[in-house]
Design a protein around this ligand. Structure first.
Ligand SMILES: NC(=O)C1=CN([C@@H]2O[C@H](COP(=O)(O)OP(=O)(O)OC[C@H]3O[C@@H](n4cnc5c(N)ncnc54)[C@H](OP(=O)(O)O)[C@@H]3O)[C@@H](O)[C@H]2O)C=CC1
Ligand SMILES: O=C(CO)COP(=O)(O)O
Length: 311
């Protein structure tokens, strides 16, 4: 069996590194030259991994993993619709499309074919790539197909759990990035670990509020793709979303070429919350902060002065 990975960034390359230990992999990057991965330096890919900039090299693969930043997924699918049509597709991105408000699986469904899946959960690319133990969620509405993918995409160090709750898995992965930015802001502004714990907990409450309103199951939010990834991303310096938030909190500069999924997702979530009248104060505040519509002091004041209420 051959697995193709579209997107030779950090996550795509990490998946290639681990999957290449048990199967043949084609890793495609639009600007890729040679085998070194610019966004995951120092990783040597196994010989079983073919690295290419020619997308036609992915045409024979049985499964296609799309490891692209969320806001590039819809234009990518539209551009390559004929090539993706009818294929077995797995989204490996976290976020909500700003233009449509859709998650990655609904976007992949435009290509027709078998039910698309999403692979999400707590994992840093660098950990996966060097074979540290990692557990992720594979969500697919078709459980038979999900079971097959679970087997095909698990490796001795990458353990996949399976669910049919695609909405829950997608929204957990998308929303935790927004809360991770907020956690970074709290730490960057010197507000302390207690404030971060409060924010993570209330952030989790609002993740559940939105996800359950969209039909997600509570146990999915409590699992790897929700709570698990929230904990990892809000507490680790390895997270780009956390570091971006910390820079905001410190008032320092941040490299604009870094992928920070939570920024656009915060805007999308703030709009959905407004339209659907769902109370999402932290995500709404992150969107306003990211867009420079509110300052840090006012944002904190606004969160702390909300009416007291039952937990
Ligand atoms: N990194 C991680 O630890 C993890 C990441 N993820 C998720 O994986 C997804 C991808 O992130 P990640 O790999 O880290 O991001 P990176 O920034 O490391 O890489 C993004 C890759 O996407 C490519 N790309 C961007 N736009 C396009 C486009 N329009 N067409 C084709 N290729 C494009 C970039 O190519 P170029 O370099 O040419 O711009 C780059 O190779 C995100 O949703 C992220 O949340 C999930 C779990 C872990
Ligand atoms: O999703 C991730 C960990 O599960 C990676 O987090 P960042 O995108 O914040 O680096």
């Amino acid at each position: 069996m051959t697995i193709a990975i579209l997107g030779a960034g950090a996550f795509g390359a990490a998946l290639a590194a681990t999957l290449g230990r048990t199967t043949d992999v084609v890793l495609w990057g639009r600007n890729q030259t040679g085998r070194a991965i610019a966004r995951l330096p120092g990783i040597e890919l196994p010989e079983t991994v073919t690295v290419t900039a020619e997308i036609a090299d992915t045409d024979a693969a049985e499964v296609l993993l799309l490891a692209l930043p969320m806001q590039t997924l819809a234009p990518f699918v539209d551009t390559h619709l004929a090539r993706l049509s009818g294929r077995r597709l797995v989204a490996c991105c976290k976020g909500v499309d700003l233009q449509s408000g859709l998650g990655p699986v609904e976007i992949l469904a435009r290509a027709g074919g078998p039910a698309p899946a999403v692979l999400t959960g707590p994992s840093f690319a660098a950990d996966i790539a060097i074979g540290l133990p990692t557990a992720l969620t594979l969500a697919c509405t078709d459980d038979q197909l999900g079971a097959r993918l679970q087997g095909q995409l698990s490796t001795p160090t990458l353990r996949l759990y399976r669910t049919t709750d695609v909405i829950g898995a997608e929204l957990g992965g998308a929303l935790k990035n927004v809360i991770a930015i907020a956690s970074g802001v709290v730490i960057g502004a010197g507000l302390g670990d207690s404030a971060r714990a409060a924010l993570m907990t209330r952030g989790y409450a609002e993740m559940q509020r939105l996800a359950l309103a969209h039909g997600a199951r509570p146990e999915t939010l409590a699992g790897l793709s929700g709570f698990g990834d929230l904990v990892l991303t809000c507490t680790s310096d390895h997270s780009r979303n956390f570091r971006f938030g910390r820079a905001l909190g410190q008032g320092s500069a941040f490299d604009p070429t870094t992928t920070v999924e939570g920024a656009a997702t915060a805007r999308a979530v703030a709009r959905i919350a407004r339209e659907e009248k769902i109370d999402m104060p932290i995500s709404t505040m992150v969107a306003a902060l990211v867009d420079g519509k509110i300052g840090l002091t006012d944002a904190m004041q606004s969160l702390l002065s909300r009416p007291l209420k039952p937990e």
